[in-house]
Design a binder for this molecule. Structure first.
Ligand SMILES: [Zn+2]
Ligand SMILES: [Zn+2]
Length: 257
């Protein structure tokens, strides 16, 4: 029997919908808040069950709350994804045809790049080559801004990559449309856009996964072919994945000094 959907679940869903995507720690706080406000049973380790209940009720709507990881910090994210459409058509109602074409070009650049980033210059070069309708550079800049606001892209110093929400929503689409190019992380087995790649055997790993995997190893070797791993090992930021107690965090902070 499906668990009952209560007002606490509905409130959680509404807040998540308005954000599109949430950090694990925010989602845990929200879970607690929703349960307290509606006076229903709360257990801090039951967030995934709580979400499963919502997901059962979202199924007929072809929606789902999905748990994923940010490629930037390796932390958990929860996003509401649309399962009804498996392609970029998810975006079709929000953008014009040439905006979508620019998004596809940007996605190509990002996925075909070595590090998972495309520069604004590279992207803007496509603006006056679009087949559907050419764009002025200024216009294209505005559209890029919109993609960032809507959480399809994220931007850092003029370099663009796919937003975590976009990856969570379009993972299947990307894996099937960029076969042989898009790769899965050798550690967590989900799609890896920003990654380090073994120069010998070609496997890839997310940066946070690299950091965790090679933590405390002085001579990192590829987990697949055992060749020397020639990249700089990113430092593991405080992974908050399942850490929730303040005491433990305090301990962690102290041990860093
Ligand atoms: Zn990974
Ligand atoms: Zn290798």
């Amino acid at each position: 029997m499906a668990a009952q959907m209560t007002d606490s679940h509905r409130r959680f869903l509404q807040v998540l919908m308005s954000h599109g995507i949430m950090e694990g720690s925010e989602a845990r706080k929200l879970h607690r808040h929703c349960c307290e406000i509606h006076k229903v049973y709360y257990a801090h380790d039951k967030l995934d069950d709580f979400i499963n209940t919502i997901n059962i009720h979202l199924q007929p709507l072809f929606m789902q709350i999905r748990k994923g990881m940010s490629e930037d910090d390796g932390r958990v994210r929860y996003a509401l994804v649309n399962l009804a459409e498996t392609e970029i058509t998810k975006m079709a109602s929000d953008y014009t045809e040439n905006e979508l074409e620019l998004f596809r070009k940007t996605m190509d650049l990002i996925i075909l790049s070595e590090n998972g980033f495309a520069s604004s210059t590279e992207i803007l070069n496509f603006a006056d080559q679009l087949k559907t309708k050419k764009m002025k550079k200024k216009e294209a800049e505005q559209v890029l801004k919109l993609f960032v606001e809507d959480k399809w892209l994220s931007e850092r110093n003029g370099e663009y990559t796919l937003h975590t929400r976009c990856i969570m929503e379009m993972e299947q689409y990307i894996l099937s449309n960029y076969q042989g190019v898009a790769r899965k992380c050798n550690i967590c087995h989900s799609l890896a856009i920003q990654s380090q790649v073994c120069e010998t055997c070609g496997i890839g790993m997310h940066l946070p996964c690299v950091g965790k995997y090679f933590k405390a190893q002085t001579e990192p070797h590829c987990p697949h072919c055992n060749d020397f791993w020639p990249h700089e090992i990113p430092e593991v930021s405080r992974m908050d994945s399942q850490l929730s107690s303040k005491r433990e965090r305090g301990k962690e902070l102290h041990s860093q000094h």
